[in-house]
Design a protein around this ligand. Structure first.
Ligand SMILES: [Zn+2]
Length: 491
C-alpha cells in the first residue's frame, strides 16, 4: 500500500497541554510516511493523491503507551489487594518465569499484540522478561503488526526467585549484549531495543554499572550525521525507514511505592536519592541516554529537578498506582515545572491496554489528589490528558504525536457508530454521517450500516466527542490506524 494518501474527516489534535486544534471535514495529508499537514481545503499539489474518505469520523494522532509489561497481560486484574513488593513476589515473578518456555510465551504475546493492534495505541514502550528468545519473539510480533515500539529485555540479578533471577551480573550483561546483537541482525524497522533494569531493588550495583557502561558504549557509535536521541528530528530522507538511533535508550521504574523507596535507601546508602542512584550508574537521561522512568509518585524536589535537567520522560501510570495503593503522582506540578510526561497503562498493575482508559484514570486520580491532598494542584483536563497521551509520550520517538508537516504520520480513525462497540457512542450523537463501510475500503474491519441512532440529541463538538471517547473508552471505536504512514494490521 502506498504511504502517500489523504484522509478526510474531523481532525483533532493537541497543540499544547491546554489547547486543541480542530478542523472539521478536513484533509490530513501523508507523503511517504510523514505528515504534510492538516488542511480545511485540500491544497492543489496534493489533489492527485488517493483520497480515503472518512467523513463523519474523528481522526486523531495515534496514542502512545509509554510504559507497560507484555508478560503481565496474562494475569491482569488479579492480586490487586496487594501492594507492589508483595504483588511482585506472589504474582509477577512466578508468571514471568514461565516465559522461559516459548510454547507458553507465543500465545501470550500474540494475545498482547492483538489487543494493542485492536485499540488506538500506535506506539508502546514495553518490558518483556529476562529471557532473550521470548523477548525476540515479542519483538518479531510487534514488528509484524506495524506498531512502533521500544522493547526491553528485563535485567534482574537479585531479590527474585531463582527461577527468574539472572544468575549473576556478568551473566545478565552477557545475555543483554547478545540480545542487542541479535536485535540488530534482524533489521527491524519500527521495533527498537531499550535497556531495562527492572528497578534498583532487583539489580546489583555491578549490574547497574555494567548497564550504564553498555549504554554509554552504544551512544559512542553515534556519528555526527546520526541522531543521538529519539527526541531529535529525523534526519533521514522521507522515503527511508524511520531512523534508528545508534544509542540504546533506557527504561525503568522510579519512586513508585513507599516501602520500595525505603528499601532503595537501604540498598544504596551512598546515593543522594533514588533518582540519583540511577544517575550515578549512567542510566538517567542526558543527550545520549534517552530515558523513561515509570511512576515518579514521590519525587523529592531535588529528584524532579534532576529529571528535568536530564530530560527524562516520566511515564504516569495512574490506574496502576491506584490498584497497588501506591499513591497519586503530582502530574500537575510536573507539567507546570516543564518536565516531560507521558502516560502508561502499566499492565498488570493496570488492568488493560487502553490509553483512553489511562487518560481517564489520570484525570480521575488528579481530581482526588486535588480534592483530598493539595488544592493548589488543579485536576487534569481532558485536553491535558490527550496531550500527555499523544505529544507527551510521542516525543520520546521524536516528531510524533501531532499532524504538523514533518511529523511521522500516526493517525487513528474513530467511528463512534462502530458496531463492534458494545455500547456505540453515537447513541446521543448527530445522524449526519452515512455508513462508513461504503466509504472506507481500507477499514481494518468491515462496518455494518448504523444509520439510525435511537437517541438523537444535539450535535457534539469534536472536543466533546474526544472527552466521551476518553470516559467511555474509545478503543472500541477504532476502525483504522496508521503508524508512519503504514496501516497497522493484525498479525
Ligand atoms: Zn511497570
Amino acid at each position: 500500500m502506498s504511504t502517500s494518501f489523504v484522509l478526510k474527516g474531523d481532525l483533532l489534535q493537541s497543540i499544547s497541554p491546554g489547547e486543541l486544534s480542530v478542523i472539521e471535514d478536513g484533509y490530513l495529508v501523508c507523503v511517504e510516511g510523514l505528515s504534510a499537514g492538516a488542511f480545511s481545503e485540500l491544497p492543489e499539489r496534493f489533489a492527485g493523491l488517493e483520497l480515503r474518505d472518512y467523513t463523519g469520523a474523528l481522526i486523531i494522532p495515534g496514542l502512545v503507551d509509554l510504559h507497560t509489561h507484555a508478560p503481565q497481560y496474562s494475569y491482569r486484574g488479579t492480586g490487586m489487594d496487594l501492594e507492589l513488593l508483595d504483588w511482585l513476589q506472589n504474582y509477577t515473578y512466578p508468571e514471568e518465569a514461565r516465559y522461559r518456555d516459548l510454547n507458553y510465551a507465543k500465545p501470550a504475546y500474540e494475545a498482547f499484540v492483538a489487543r494493542l493492534v485492536a485499540g488506538a495505541t500506535t506506539r508502546v514502550a514495553v518490558f518483556s522478561t529476562v529471557h532473550v528468545p521470548a523477548t525476540l519473539l515479542l519483538m518479531d510480533l510487534l514488528e509484524q503488526s506495524g506498531l512502533a515500539s521500544f522493547v526491553g529485555k528485563v535485567n534482574m540479578d537479585r531479590n527474585a526467585p531463582d527461577t527468574l533471577r539472572e544468575p549473576s551480573a556478568a551473566a545478565a550483561l552477557q545475555s543483554t549484549a547478545e540480545w542487542l546483537e541479535q536485535t540488530a541482525a534482524r533489521g527491524y524497522r519500527r521495533t527498537r531495543p531499550i535497556l531495562t533494569p527492572r528497578f534498583i531493588p532487583a539489580c546489583s550495583d555491578e549490574l547497574m554499572r555494567g548497564l550504564g557502561a553498555m549504554q554509554q558504549e552504544s551512544s559512542s557509535f553515534v556519528s555526527d550525521t546520526q541522531e543521538s536521541s529519539p527526541s531529535s528530528p529525523s534526519a533521514a530522507p522521507p522515503s527511508a525507514p524511520p531512523s534508528v538511533p545508534a544509542s540504546v535508550p533506557v527504561q525503568s521504574h522510579l519512586s513508585e511505592n513507599l516501602r520500595e523507596i525505603e528499601w532503595v535507601r537501604e540498598l544504596r546508602p551512598q546515593a543522594a536519592s533514588y533518582a540519583a542512584a540511577y544517575c550515578d550508574d549512567g542510566l538517567l537521561g542526558g543527550p545520549s541516554c534517552p530515558t523513561i522512568m515509570a511512576h515518579c509518585v514521590y519525587l523529592e524536589p531535588e529528584e524532579a529537578a534532576l529529571l528535568k535537567a536530564r530530560g527524562v520522560w516520566i511515564a504516569h501510570c495512574a490506574e496502576s498506582n491506584t490498584n497497588l495503593a501506591s499513591g497519586i503522582a503530582p502530574v500537575r506540578s510536573y507539567l507546570t515545572d516543564g518536565l516531560r510526561v507521558g502516560l502508561g497503562t502499566d499492565v498488570a498493575g493496570g488492568s488493560g491496554l487502553s490509553v483512553f482508559r489511562a487518560m481517564m484514570h489520570s484525570i480521575q486520580a488528579s481530581k482526588l489528589r486535588w480534592r483530598f491532598v493539595d488544592e493548589r494542584l488543579a485536576p487534569l483536563t481532558a485536553a491535558e490528558a490527550f496531550y500527555l497521551a499523544t505529544r507527551g509520550g510521542g516525543s520520546f520517538w521524536g516528531k510524533v504525536g501531532g499532524f504538523e508537516e514533518g511529523f511521522e504520520f500516526d493517525a487513528v480513525v474513530l467511528n463512534e457508530r462502530a458496531p463492534q462497540s458494545a455500547a456505540p457512542l453515537n447513541e446521543c450523537a448527530p445522524q449526519s454521517a452515512a455508513p462508513l463501510a461504503e466509504r472506507a475500503p481500507h477499514a481494518a474491519r468491515p462496518l455494518s450500516p448504523a444509520e439510525h441512532s435511537p437517541h438523537a440529541a444535539r450535535p457534539l463538538s469534536p472536543a466533546e466527542r474526544l472527552e466521551r471517547l476518553i470516559y467511555a473508552d474509545g478503543d472500541a471505536c477504532v476502525v483504522e490506524k496508521y503508524v508512519a504512514g503504514g496501516r497497522v494490521c493484525a498479525t
